[in-house]
Ligand binder design. Structure first.
Ligand code: SAM
Length: 222
């Protein structure tokens, strides 16, 4: 999994995940900045970012690369978006969708204003046709919106913007879908829905202990 942009870094003998800082000297959510071989890296906290949690839990085919075009749904204040921005670098782009104005303001001030590759979109992901700034198709759709209909919303965004053979990373918050159902059965139910809509399931990761009752599904549009 290690690349130019994502690294495992040892700090005081402990192994941490980190991304190459696109904005040297700047941290986004209080994460440590570490110099290694003349480059600055930002430590990536798996308890704050589900993508880091998934990598720590063995995500095999992480699809976000240098130069990738990513549609990110549920950007919040930009914790994970900032690491995705580090990874895609200045030749890539992250369209970051977030409808809640209070957190979106932080996303704009702390992340998008300093990172030219982050395009904030203050919209509801239920209305993908309203994102006027997204151009062309994207390589990856990342969805972390904690809504009961999160899978349907993710699918409609893929229909509108994901290129053929593109990849979706979908975070399933099982309690948002059905609190009464066994969490594993909720994940299986959502995975089946994805298959029915033309996705091939590549990997399902349980995000515990970093996030309780959460899973990440990596699937590919056929
Ligand atoms: N992905 C973020 C990170 O790792 O830094 C955390 C996301 S947080 C769990 C979920 C976010 O989804 C919230 O900021 C919430 O406002 C947003 N959200 C909820 N419903 C949404 C919708 N319909 N469209 C887009 N975003 C939505």
């Amino acid at each position: 999994m290690e690349s130019e942009d994502i690294k495992w870094i040892y700090v005081h003998g402990e192994k941490h995940l980190a991304t190459l800082n696109l904005v040297p000297g700047d941290n986004v959510y209080g994460e440590k900045l570490v110099k290694q071989s003349g480059e600055e890296y930002r430590l990536w906290d798996p308890y704050r970012s589900k993508l880091a949690g998934a990598l720590k839990k063995g995500l095999k085919n992480q699809p976000i690369k240098h130069g990738s075009k990513v549609l990110y749904l549920g950007a919040s204040t930009g914790t994970t978006v900032s690491h995705v921005s580090d990874i895609v670098g200045n030749t890539g782009i992250v369209f970051a969708v977030e409808p809640a104005t209070r957190v979106a303001r932080e996303l704009i001030e702390n992340v998008a204003a300093k990172r030219k590759n982050v395009m904030p979109i203050i919209e509801d992901a239920r209305r993908p046709q309203s994102y006027f700034s997204v151009f062309g198709k994207v390589d990856v759709v990342y969805c972390d919106i904690a809504q009961p209909d999160q899978t349907d919303i993710a699918i409609s965004n893929c229909t509108a913007y994901l290129k053929p053979k593109g990849v979706m990373l979908l975070v399933i918050k099982t309690r948002s879908i059905d609190v009464t159902m066994d969490p594993k059965s909720v994940v299986i139910q959502e995975a089946k829905k994805l298959e029915k809509h033309g996705f091939l399931i590549d990997q399902i990761i349980n995000l515990e202990p970093f996030d309780k009752d959460h899973a990440m599904i990596l699937c590919i549009l056929k």
